[in-house]
Design a protein around this ligand. Structure first.
Ligand code: FES
Ligand code: FES
Length: 156
C-alpha cells in the first residue's frame, strides 16, 4: 500500500508498504530503532510512540493506522544537540539504567506533560502505568518527570 504520514515533523510518502505489519516493525525498518520491542503484545510499553499526540503501543497497531496521522518517536524529542527536558531530567535523576524501557517512558511522559505541564505524582504514575521497568523501581523515573516539568522545552 501507499502510506503517507508525518514522522517527527517530516512528511513521508512510502510506496509498497505492508500495512499489516506492526507500526513498530515499520518504524524500525525505516531506521527509527529507538522504539523497542519488549513483549510484543501490549504489556510492557517499550514500543510506545505518539500517534496524534496520544501514547500508543506501536507493537499492537498495524502500520496502516498511520495513514494521514502524525507520529512521533523518541528520535524526535531532541532539537539538534539539545536534549528534550525529559531526556535531560532522566539523566539528572538517574532514571536510566539498562535503558530498554526509556524510549517508551519518555514518550508516555511527553504525552502527559503536553496535556498536564505540572502533573502530580498520581498523574505521573497513571500516565506511566503501561510502561514497565525492570531496573529502576520507578521512583527515579517519577522524580525525572517531576523535574522535567520545571524545565523549558527547546524551540525547534
Ligand atoms: S513491545 Fe509493545 S507493549 Fe511491549
Ligand atoms: S532502565 Fe532497564 S528496564 Fe527500565
Amino acid at each position: 500500500m501507499r502510506l503517507r504520514f508525518t514522522l517527527n515533523g517530516q512528511a513521508l510518502d512510502l510506496e509498497g508498504v505492508d500495512g499489516s505489519q506492526s507500526l513498530l516493525s515499520l518504524l524500525r525498518g525505516l531506521g527509527f530503532t529507538g522504539s523497542k520491542e519488549g513483549c510484543g503484545v501490549g504489556e510492557c510499553g517499550a514500543c510506545t510512540v505518539l500517534l496524534d499526540g496520544l501514547a500508543v503501543d506501536s507493537c499492537l497497531l498495524p502500520a496502516a493506522k498511520a495513514q494521514g496521522r502524525e507520529l512521533r518517536t523518541v528520535e524526535g524529542l531532541a532539537r539538534g544537540e539539545r536534549l528534550h527536558p525529559l531526556q535531560e531530567a532522566f539523566l539528572e535523576a538517574g532514571a536510566v539504567q539498562c535503558g530498554y524501557c526509556t524510549p517508551g517512558m519518555l514518550m508516555s511522559a511527553t504525552a502527559l506533560l503536553e496535556r498536564h505541564p505540572c502533573p502530580g505524582d498520581a498523574q505521573i504514575s497513571e500516565a506511566l502505568e503501561g510502561n514497565l521497568c525492570r531496573c529502576t523501581g520507578y521512583q527515579d523515573i517519577i522524580e525525572a518527570v517531576r523535574l522535567a516539568a520545571t524545565k523549558t522545552e527547546p524551540k525547534p
